[in-house]
Design a protein around this ligand. Structure first.
Ligand code: 26Y
Length: 788
């Protein structure tokens, strides 16, 4: 009782004095906010202590620049990391509320699209847990990723509005604001370039503290909001032009209005380039201001400042830092370039040609004329040192952001071993030859605090009982579970945890009109909808399985629930067709009285971080079935394996490393590898051949074409049986075979659980703590410190 008293008092005090609510009338949201403020109070002291210590030690700081931070809900994370979960549980029990219910009231902050944004969020948490002095820098989007719903099976998009309510975690910093200009002209004044922008907005900082495990250290996520220079045109208002009076404000705010809902297709929009420059320029000015408050010698910059570019989205940081150092701080151009390069490093997250950013030189001259001059100078400088080079930083009238980021970084990293290897052999082949030391690998990871400890309390409780709780910050200790895979009592408890998670999920589905059998195998594919991720391969296999069951309803089938989750970019037509097909197949087969006890498809709408936290602990089979060579890493694959799901997957991204660690015998491999994919594509008529050779595939495609699931799916059938760039047809037969192997394995429940335990036990390497330590050692040369 006494242990919870102070905390309880704080919650009640915030309810009354911060929110102005009477206990008798408080709603769930009021309680959630009161709890958030009470938890936040407990973050502030460690946060200040961390900042003070970093100054006192003159520590090197890491700056993580990212267009996306897919942080999800923050309250549970913070409560878990501060060790306050049990107290909060007890307090709300007494107050007559279910803590889970209170926690689930928080909106899911979706300031990102998918893997790249979620990785940034895991990294922030790991940097705080480790005690690496760091800032995340990004954009405070008013609207995050759109909300998805289904209408007649098709994706509908509605704006997301997380800021429509009190946001408990951020602190507005009106005193930390910078003027960011665009356009205008560059004049030469006594040999110095002077850029006079034609328009400008104000970038204002909002800080969110990110607390690490056990509250020992906290870093800051600083997000920039765009505000107008002059709020309001009183003259126009007084003249009766009420809309016109507010125009400048609306235009300025547009910059941080909405997250681009793109995943790997470059829309080439002027506003996006403005967003990129806006947050990059504000962040660099903030970084230089902080540096100059401590040091006067700019040559020290690379010793004290490491700036990581999360993909090319902030790649304008190269020219902008050169501009600040050369034009504004008067360093020689060569020195400015060298210093900037020694501060900057770049992570590549994709090799898909359509996702590699490029901006037309015309647009660049128009919006960023001084930067365009500097890009020419940087490019020429590179050309001088490598006269025989073929790849430039510009091509076909565009600025190529990949080569620019590469050229301005001292290290460039891939996100899995395979992806790093392919970077060297494909997109960056020549640059790698010119700079063989530059490309390094840092395989992605995920934070175990959120993805195991918080999301899967049953499993984490069991693990902690078995091996103590040190695994939470030293995940490779999960290895200690290996011998327990052979312990029948432990297996039984592991199984019980999984079954209880499945029962929870089945309950959740049934409350949403999707009744499923909790004893069926839960087979899950959750990620953005994209051709290369091949959700259509999965749904074609589902159709073939359904047809096989219908042929032999009395056969010895393993009941299965096929679970899908994911959004398509609103402009990505084919991905939206795939969504429509999955929903159409679900409608048909879920209603089939002969098979629905054996096979169901569940596709809950609006997949997000919160839904992932619910699905992953309940999953038994993890679908990682991308065309080999296309998925840079994947991070969902790691979360599943850690939570005791087995993977069916191709040799792509980090699947390769997962399989090596958990053991080939505990992983269902299928399909062509990356080099076979390239060879297969060169075979004339590869899709037709594959269909001809596999009657199951032919029959499944026929069903789709002939309207079994409704009209309008010719596009998918034509694609798979025609051009089939992602080789769905060619990988189908082996995928179907591997799925049957999965069923054989699943029938031996005990053996399956043993494999599941081994997946958890051997996945500890996929902690983002390990990844961050890799960046600190090999790229940032930064050291962890303890707050004093
Ligand atoms: C250019 C712009 C429209 C754009 C916006 C977002 C381009 C790409 C993206 C997002 C890319 C992304 O999320 N990539 C994923 O990064 C993960 C973290 O490294 C990888 O695990 C995953 O394989 C990769 O697809």
């Amino acid at each position: 009782m006494s242990a919870t008293n102070g905390f309880r008092d704080d919650i009640l005090r915030h309810l009354k004095y911060s929110l102005g609510k009477d206990e008798a009338h408080a709603q769930r949201t009021d309680w959630r906010l009161a709890l958030s403020f009470a938890v936040r109070d407990r973050i502030v002291d460690p946060w200040f202590a961390s900042t003070r210590t970093a100054y006192a030690r003159q520590a090197k700081r890491v700056y993580y620049l990212s267009m996306e931070f897919l942080i999800g809900r923050l309250l549970e994370d913070a409560t878990v990391n501060l060790g306050l979960m049990d107290q909060a549980d007890a307090i709300f029990d007494e107050l007559g509320f279910d803590l889970k219910d209170v926690l689930s009231d928080e909106p899911d902050a979706a300031l990102g699209n998918g893997g790249l944004g979620r990785l940034a969020a895991c990294f922030l948490e790991s940097m705080s847990t480790i005690g690496c002095p760091a800032y995340g820098y990004g954009i405070r989007y008013e609207h995050g990723l759109f909300k998805q719903s289904f209408h007649e099976g098709r994706q509908m998009e509605a704006p997301e509005d997380w800021l429509n309510q009190i946001h408990a975690w951020e602190f507005e910093r009106p005193e930390s604001a910078f003027r960011i200009g665009f356009g205008g002209e560059v004049r030469d004044e006594h040999g110095r370039a002077v850029w006079t922008p034609s328009e400008a907005v104000i970038a204002e900082a909002y800080d969110t503290p990110i607390i690490g495990w056990q509250g020992r250290w906290a870093n800051t996520l600083r997000l920039w909001a765009a505000k107008p220079e002059n709020m309001f045109d009183l003259g126009r208002f007084n003249a009766g032009d009420f809309y016109g009076a507010a125009e400048a404000e609306a235009l300025a705010r547009t910059i941080s209005r909405v997250l681009y809902p793109d995943d790997t297709t470059d829309e080439g929009k002027r506003l996006r380039l403005k967003q990129e420059f806006f947050f990059t320029a504000a962040s660099l000015r903030d970084i230089l201001r902080r540096f100059k408050s401590e040091y006067s010698d700019l040559n020290l910059l690379p010793k004290k400042v490491a700036i990581q570019l999360n993909d090319t989205h902030p790649a304008i940081a190269g020219p902008e830092l050169v501009r600040l150092l050369h034009d504004e701080q008067n360093l020689a151009l060569e020195d400015a370039i060298a210093i900037a390069r020694n501060c900057l490093s770049y992570t590549n997250h994709t090799l898909l040609p359509e996702a590699l950013e490029r901006w037309s030189e015309g647009l660049m001259w128009d919006l960023l004329p001084r930067h365009m001059q500097l890009i020419e100078a940087i490019d020429a400088d590179h050309q001088r040192s490598h006269p025989d080079r073929k790849v430039a930083m510009r091509g076909d009238g565009d600025v190529l952001m990949g080569p620019l980021a590469f050229g301005m970084a001292h290290k460039v990293n891939g996100v899995s071993a395979l992806h790093t290897d392919l970077m060297k052999k494909t997109v960056f082949e020549e640059l790698h030859r010119l700079h063989p030391e530059r490309i390094v690998n840092q395989t992605n990871g995920v934070t175990p605090r959120r993805w195991v400890q918080a999301a899967n309390p049953r499993l984490s409780g069991l693990i902690t009982e078995a091996i103590g709780d040190a695994w939470i910050e030293d995940l490779e200790q999960l290895e200690k579970l290996v011998p327990l895979a052979d312990d029948a009592a432990f297996r039984e408890r592991f199984d019980a945890a999984k079954r209880a998670n499945k029962a929870d999920l089945a309950q959740y589905f049934s409350e949403r009109d999707m009744p499923v059998d909790p004893d069926a195998m839960f087979d899950v594919q959750i990620k953005r909808i994209h051709e290369y991720k091949r959700q259509h391969l999965n749904i074609l296999e589902t159709i073939a399985l359904w047809q096989a069951i219908r042929d032999d309803p009395q056969g010895d089938w393993v009941p299965r629930v096929k679970i899908f989750g994911g959004k398509a970019a609103p402009g990505y037509f084919f991905a939206k067709e795939i969504i429509h097909l999955i929903n159409a197949v679900a409608d048909k087969i879920n209603a089939d009285p002969d098979t629905s006890h054996l096979l169901k498809v569940a596709y809950p709408a609006n997949y997000n971080v919160t839904l992932a936290e619910r699905l992953i602990p309940a999953a038994e089979l993890s679908e990682q079935i991308s065309t080999a060579g296309k998925e840079a890493s994947g991070t969902g694959n790691m979360k599943f394996s850690l939570n005791g799901a087995l993977t069916i997957g191709t040799l792509d991204g980090a699947n390769v490393e997962i399989r090596n660690l958990v053991g080939a015998e505990n992983f269902f491999l299928f399909g062509m590898d990356a080099s076979e994919v390239v060879a297969r594509r060169a075979v004339e008529g590869h899709a037709a051949q594959a269909i001809e050779a596999d009657p199951r595939l032919a029959r499944a495609l026929d069903a789709v074409r002939s309207g079994t699931f409704g009209e309008g799916f010719e596009g998918i059938v034509d694609n798979v049986s025609g051009h089939d760039y992602f080789l769905v047809a060619s990988d189908f037969t082996d995928f179907y075979r591997a799925q049957r192997d999965v069923e054989t394995a699943y029938r031996d429940r005990d053996a399956w659980i043993r494999m599941a335990v081994l997946n958890t036990a051997r996945s500890g390497w996929f902690s983002s703590d390990r990844t961050i330590r890799g960046y600190m050692d090999d790229i940032w040369h930064a050291r962890a410190i303890a707050a004093e």
